[in-house]
Write a protein that binds this ligand. Structure first.
Ligand SMILES: NC(=O)c1ccc[n+]([C@@H]2O[C@H](COP(=O)([O-])OP(=O)(O)OC[C@H]3O[C@@H](n4cnc5c(N)ncnc54)[C@H](O)[C@@H]3O)[C@@H](O)[C@H]2O)c1
Length: 311
């Protein structure tokens, strides 16, 4: 068995990856999360879970005998990060550094960690390649710091890493409890409840959406594929849609004709994002899930949450 540790295991991507790994019957999964945003109930039952904060040096013993670390824990709601830059840095910079250090001390084989396409938010180059570093928000700056620490750990301690820059990941367990929930969840919840969803701005901003199972394929590939080591990869679909187009698709699937309400735009959001995924394609990865299929899975998940009285 290969021993995996996931930070942020109670969150959207972490819990989905834990599920995907356990289904393969070749991985043992240990997970840590301080449950600041994550939900304990969504951690798959086969995970050895520890409620811990990534900033705490007490995490070090939990990295012993671990082969691969997936580091996802983060403060990642852009608006919350703008409101508290110091805590953002504390979690995303110091916390990530502590995870690299724990991994280095335990001699793990590789750390696969989450950066973000937010790093490109100041760029007009579409599709955006991995070389285009233009962070603007506190969140984006904090996520980019991971790359410099990874390089330093490689330089001085030969720690192996792979950095992943996700675009807009969607799918079951996406965190709909945020101050401003991601568009998919917020539209689906409101429309299922017969309420009017909100769109900030004109709805013409374009986003590159990628289904969570597709990024999990790449996560699992990173474990064995040495070509991914020491590299940074964009993970998106390479296609973007406007928020209005997404709205129409979701309301079509749900068979509703409720019109959205348009509110003043959120400050600092890029007009469009679009991943250049040629680096990931070079190592054989490509997104497989059609948007319509992914949306149907998201709708099914939220219907189930509503039926359990969670939403
Ligand atoms: N979801 C996306 O579209 C997206 C896009 C770009 C980058 N990312 C990055 O991917 C990673 C995972 O994102 P997600 O969507 O699963 O987020 P999420 O909020 O669902 O999960 C993050 C988890 O980290 C935990 N956490 C936060 N602070 C912690 C701390 N100090 N100690 C321990 N645990 C802590 C939270 O409780 C939560 O369970 C993040 O690093 C995020 O920045 C996500």
């Amino acid at each position: 068995m290969t021993n995996i540790l996931i930070t942020g295991v109670a969150g959207f991507i972490g819990s989905n990856l834990a599920d995907a790994l356990l289904k393969k019957n070749e991985f043992k999964v240990r997970g840590i999360d301080n449950l600041a945003y994550g939900i304990k109930d969504q951690i798959p039952s086969g995970v050895e879970f520890h409620k811990l904060d990534i900033r705490d040096k007490g995490i070090y013993p939990y990295f012993e005998n671990i082969d691969y670390v997936f580091h996802f824990a983060a403060k990642n709601s852009i608006i919350d990060c703008q409101n508290d830059p110091v805590e953002t840095s504390d979690i995303n910079v110091t916390g990530s550094l502590n995870v690299f250090e724990a991994s280095r001390r335990a001699g793990v084989k590789k750390v696969i960690y989450a950066e973000s396409s937010a790093i490109y938010e100041g760029s007009n180059l579409l599709p955006t390649p991995e070389t285009e570093l233009k962070p603007e928000s506190f969140y984006a700056v904090s996520k980019l710091s991971g790359m410099y620490f990874a390089e330093a750990y490689k330089r001085f301690y030969d720690l192996k890493t792979t950095a992943l820059r996700y675009f807009c990941v969607y799918g079951p367990r996406q965190d709909y409890r945020r101050t401003i929930p991601p568009v998919f969840s917020s539209f689906i919840i409101k429309l299922l409840k017969g309420e009017q969803p909100t769109i900030f701005g004109t709805g013409e901003k374009r986003r590159d959406f990628i289904y969570v199972d597709d990024i999990n394929d790449f996560h699992i590939q990173c474990i064995k594929d040495e070509r991914t080591t020491g590299k940074v990869f964009n993970l998106g679909s390479g296609v973007n849609y406007s928020i209005n187009e997404i709205y129409k698709m979701i309301s079509g699937l749900l068979g509703t004709s409720i019109e959205p309400k348009y509110l003043e735009d959120q400050k600092g959001e890029a007009l469009a994002n679009l991943a250049d995924i040629s680096e990931a394609k070079k190592v054989g990865w490509y997104p497989k899930t059609e948007l319509r299929e992914g949306l149907q899975n998201s709708i099914k998940f939220i219907k189930n949450e509503i039926s359990k009285g969670r939403v």
